[in-house]
Ligand binder design. Structure first.
Ligand code: RP5
Length: 162
C-alpha cells in the first residue's frame, strides 16, 4: 500500500468538480492521496478529528477547498501544523470572492497558503502539495520538473489563427 501523505478535503460534495483538479494533478505526478468531505459547519467534529490526527497519520500537506463562508482551511490550520493549502471554490452568489476573503485573511500565527479562485487554484494546490513533498523525495522532484518542462514546451512561441 502506498503511503498517503496528502489529504484533499472539501466542505461539500458540490466542491468535488473543482477539487478533482487537484486530484488529477496528484494522479499525474503519482502522488498518493485521500479525499474526504469535511465541513467546518456541518461536520465540525469530523474536522476536529481529521486535524488532530493529521500529523500523526503522516500527512505532509492538506489541500482544503470550500466556498462561501469558507472556514474549513483556516480551522484546519488552527488544529494542525501540517501545511494547509486553501482553495476558494467559486460560488454563484459572489463568484468566489467570498470564499477567497474567508480563506486568505488569516490572523498572524495560523497560515493558509491560499490559491486562486476555482479550478486553476485547485490544480495549483495539487502542484504546491507535490512541491512540498518533492523537497524530500528525489523521484517526485524529477517527475515534477518533467511536468513543468512539458507544460513549458507546450506553449507556442507565436500566436496562430487556429
Ligand atoms: C460550503 O458551502 C461548501 O464548501 C460549498 O462550497 C458550499 C455550498 O455547499 P452545498 O450547499 O452545495 O453543500 O460549505
Amino acid at each position: 500500500m502506498p503511503k498517503i501523505e496528502v489529504g484533499i478535503i472539501m466542505g461539500s460534495q458540490s466542491d468535488w468538480p473543482t477539487m478533482k483538479e487537484a486530484a488529477d494533478i496528484l494522479d499525474a505526478l503519482e502522488v498518493p492521496f485521500e479525499t474526504r468531505i469535511v465541513s467546518a459547519h456541518r461536520t465540525p467534529d469530523r474536522l476536529w478529528s481529521y486535524g488532530a490526527e493529521a500529523a500523526s497519520r503522516g500527512l505532509k500537506a492538506i489541500i482544503a477547498g470550500a466556498g462561501g463562508a469558507a472556514h474549513l482551511p483556516g480551522m484546519m490550520a488552527s488544529k494542525t501544523r501540517v501545511p494547509v493549502i486553501g482553495v476558494p471554490v467559486q460560488t454563484r452568489a459572489l463568484s468566489g470572492v467570498d470564499s477567497l476573503y474567508s480563506i486568505v485573511q488569516m490572523p498572524k500565527g495560523y497560515p493558509v497558503a491560499t490559491m486562486a479562485i476555482g479550478s486553476a487554484g485547485a490544480a495549483n494546490a495539487g502542484l504546491m502539495a507535490a512541491a512540498i513533498l518533492a523537497n524530500s523525495d528525489a523521484a517526485l522532484a524529477e517527475r515534477l520538473d518533467a511536468w513543468r518542462a512539458a507544460l513549458s514546451a507546450s506553449i507556442p512561441e507565436e500566436p496562430s489563427d487556429d
